[in-house]
Design a protein around this ligand. Structure first.
Ligand code: PEP
Length: 248
């Protein structure tokens, strides 16, 4: 059975002092959590988080990566560098990066390739806007984002990708998708993968993200095709994050 995967996306939040408090608390409950736990801090704090989690079952992740191996890309960070800093996961194509930094499906596919080639696990974020949902375009948008990457990198590599379905209207808004809404999309993703390869479909880890909190997480995780969460805001609150990570 797949282990539940919970990824904390700290976004551009934190400081040495606040991270330290949060990490001390997370370490205390991490051993009792029956989940794979990943923390994605901002780049400057990777080393700090590493120092805390080393020897624990918590894994480290990054929020972004450059699509090139090395070279004159001022301000950018490569997958190999992230690996040296103990990262195991990289978020790719988060909706904030798609919207604020104009990341295209083509760029995202390149970043996924770099991540896999470095031996790390990419977390491909996909999701629709409210307007797209209201227009009845959820399936088209989601399958377009997914199939673009699969066509570019091939199924053999795609097997290594974690998928995070994050409806954009639910991210940071406090308005989460209902368990039924989330399950419908997760099921659709799994069925699409089944058509390509039943094993890839069965083994795919499909996370839900979008205002997950201690109240809605228990019903969401009971859905057949939800394998874990990508958590933003609630991962910065010790009590909320503990409740999400230790769901029965
Ligand atoms: C996210 O950043 O991926 C996210 C899901 O944020 P939030 O939980 O705050 O909606």
């Amino acid at each position: 059975m797949k282990q539940t995967l919970i990824i904390a996306n700290w976004k551009m939040n934190g400081s040495l002092v606040s991270n330290s408090k949060l990490l001390t608390a997370i370490l205390k409950f991490s051993n009792t959590a029956n989940t794979e736990l990943v923390i994605c801090p901002s780049y400057p704090y990777l080393h700090q988080v590493k120092e805390y989690i080393i020897g624990s079952k918590i894994k480290l992740g990054a929020q972004n990566v450059n699509e090139n191996i090395t070279g004159a890309y001022t301000g950018e960070v490569s997958a190999d560098m992230l690996k040296e800093f103990y990262c195991r996961y990289i978020l790719v194509g988060h909706s904030e990066r798609r919207a604020l930094f104009q990341e295209s499906n083509a760029l995202i596919a390149k970043k996924i390739t770099q991540t896999i080639d470095a031996g790390l696990t990419p977390v491909l974020c996909i999701g629709e806007t409210l307007a797209q949902r209201e227009n009845g375009d959820v399936k088209t948008v989601i399958l377009d984002q997914l199939s673009y990457v699969i066509n570019e990198i091939g199924l053999k590599k795609f097997k290594l990708v974690v998928i995070a379905y994050e409806p954009i209207w639910a991210i940071g808004t406090g308005q989460t998708a209902s368990p039924e809404q989330a399950q419908t999309v997760h099921r659709m993703i799994r069925q699409y993968l089944y058509g390509l390869d039943p094993i890839v479909s069965k083994e795919a880890s499909i996370l839900y993200g979008g205002s997950v909190n201690e109240t809605n997480a228990s019903l969401l995780i009971k859905q057949n095709d939800i394998d874990g969460f990508l958590v933003g805001g609630a991962s910065l609150n010790t009590e909320s994050f503990q409740a999400i990570c230790t769901l029965k």
